[in-house]
Design a protein around this ligand. Structure first.
Ligand code: ZN
Length: 315
């Protein structure tokens, strides 16, 4: 077996894998990972060559005790100079704390579904656009070099509202683009997307907001995570959120993994000859500190189960 990756390995990675396990993964599990374990895990992710890691969420501790150490985790992660340290912030107050801690990129969730937005942040999507404006003003004041991304949650469907019309998603994307935000991604928060929809909506997003179109954030709730990422790639997307071991699960689909599994996503791209900059052996080794910090938590991923095939670089 020959892999294209052997012959065509460009200098600059062709896709950016943005690891969200320490944020999206950890906030979805019951257990709280000890800070020291989180730091060891993040070190292992950095060693594997991941260049962007969403390390924490700046939310009130009483809502998410798993994230009480967010500032400490950001400060630790900053020692990895090759990693862009990213934090999720739901509002202005979170943005202030994240910027003070030294976060190098912020991501704000803005729901495309009004029902999800009201349930999640008690604000309409339009009110969240105002919050984005406020965060951008603060960013300009405190840390002008820090990019701010919006991840549009429930862009492909919503468990509360059901279908989310594509026109609603695109209208909201245009409003967001007008705020001056740096990137607008689409998130399949509830694992309802399919590849045809993903390709269509990302193509439409590129048409509406051009190069501001950002990450594909896919969940693997119904097993379509990788297919959806491939559809997004074919539509022109080059940034992909994923989580080591598919950490997180999904409360709506017992037994299903949460985010797209980073190991499988990296395997797919590398096997296709699309450079990720990630070392798969070191990436799989990063499961050990994760398991040590969250004993008993199920991890997912087909590539770690099967191992790397014969003929793979280094095999
Ligand atoms: Zn997610």
């Amino acid at each position: 077996m020959r892999f294209n990756a052997l012959m065509t390995r460009p200098h600059t990675p062709a896709v950016l894998i943005s690891e969200v396990g320490p944020r999206d993964g950890l906030q979805s599990v019951q257990a709280t990972m000890a800070t020291a374990d989180k730091l060891r895990w993040i070190d292992a992710l950095a060693a594997a060559g991941l260049r962007e890691i969403e390390v924490a969420s700046f939310v009130p501790t009483h809502l998410l005790p798993q994230m009480a150490d967010a500032a400490q985790v950001v400060q630790h992660a900053l020692r990895h100079s090759a990693v862009r340290v990213m934090a999720l912030v739901p509002n202005l107050r979170g943005a202030q704390a994240a910027l003070q801690a030294g976060a190098q990129k912020l991501t704000l969730p803005v729901s495309a579904s009004a029902a999800h937005s009201l349930a999640n942040v008690r604000k309409t999507p339009e009110a969240m656009v105002d919050e984005v404006r406020a965060v951008l003003r603060l960013r300009d004041e405190l840390a002008p070099g820090v990019p701010v991304e919006v991840g549009m949650s429930t862009a492909f469907g919503c468990t509360l509202q059901g279908q989310v019309p594509e026109g609603d998603v695109l209208r909201l994307a245009v409003l967001l683009a007008e705020t001056g935000v740096d990137e607008i991604g689409l998130s399949d928060t509830t694992g309802m997307a399919n590849p045809a929809q993903v390709g269509r909506l990302f193509k439409a997003l590129f048409q509406e907001v051009g190069e501001l179109a950002g990450a594909a954030h896919m969940h693997n709730t119904r097993g379509l995570g990788l297919a959806n990422c491939l559809a997004a790639y074919e539509a022109g997307v080059r940034t992909f959120d994923s989580s080591l071991g598919g950490l997180g699960g999904c409360p709506y689909a017992p037994g299903a993994s949460g985010n797209v599994v980073t190991e499988d996503l990296v395997f797919m791209f590398e096997a296709m000859g699309v450079d990720t900059g990630v070392d798969l052996d070191l990436l799989m080794a990063a499961r050990a500190p994760l398991m040590a910090g969250l004993p008993g938590e199920p991890l997912y991923g087909m590539t770690p189960e099967a191992g790397l095939p014969k003929g793979w670089p280094g095999r």
